[in-house]
Design a protein around this ligand. Structure first.
Ligand code: CA
Length: 228
């Protein structure tokens, strides 16, 4: 049994998260204020992971995180941060959080991060750092899988290596030479066109419309970029 505490004062978001986590096999405990979360944790000492919103009506999520950590090192903590507040991530991690998820998030992303954290809390070797996420995509670098909106996308080893390179360098223009050397190795003497051929195939697998790519975008006269 995996037990998760969800601290979120907005009822719509909270019930959306609860429904999705129950569907993913979690037993859920809910709290709408920081104080309620701390009380519920005392009632349920077997909670594996906590999802903490930051903006709350009483004490903020960082303080809740700090107070949980003062009594328990074992529990896994994920902060829910707002997209615009880059500092949230740093503050959260400084206060003892293990990970953060940026709002708005997909249920698949939150579940994947929670699953990884539960395994880590329980002493398995998978760590959150083995997950790469971007928009609807989640790459698990441990079992070499890629999902889009929770659906598995089948990739060749070469395609997997290209997507991993992209996801490790979001928003950065990568030259075709760079991609060739990173994926095929420095000694590879084939044509650069092999990069373009693989990109074309990848777009068919990854894009909603391969003719209007938004994930694998072209940098004219140079190469490609992950994201626009
Ligand atoms: Ca809130």
């Amino acid at each position: 049994m995996k037990k998760v505490l969800i601290l979120e004062d907005e009822e719509n978001i909270r019930s959306f998260v609860v429904i999705n986590l129950q569907r993913a096999g979690y037993v859920t405990v809910e709290a709408a204020t920081g104080q309620e979360a701390l009380d519920k944790l005392r009632e349920h000492p077997d909670v594996d992971v906590a999802v903490l919103d930051i903006m709350l009506p009483d004490i903020d999520g960082f303080e809740v995180c700090r107070r949980i950590r003062a009594t328990s090192k074992r529990i896994g903590i994920i902060m829910l941060t707002a997209r615009t507040q880059e500092m949230d991530k740093v503050t959260g991690l400084m206060n003892g959080a293990d990970d953060y998820v940026t709002k708005p998030f997909s249920p698949a992303e939150l579940t994947a991060r929670l699953d990884a954290l539960v395994r880590r809390v329980r002493g398995d070797t998978v760590s959150v750092s083995e997950l790469l996420t971007h928009g609807p995509f989640i790459m698990n670098t441990r079992n070499r899988t890629l999902e889009k909106f929770g659906n598995r996308i089948r990739l060749t080893q070469v395609e997997y290596a290209i997507v991993k390179l992209f996801m490790q360098n979001p928003g950065r223009a990568l030259s075709r030479e760079e991609i060739l050397s990173a994926v095929w190795g420095r000694e590879y003497e084939g044509d650069l066109k092999i990069v373009d051929v693989n990109i074309r195939r990848l777009r068919i697998k990854l894009e909603d419309n391969p003719n209007l790519p938004v994930y694998v975008t072209t940098v004219w006269g140079y190469g490609y970029k992950w994201g626009s």
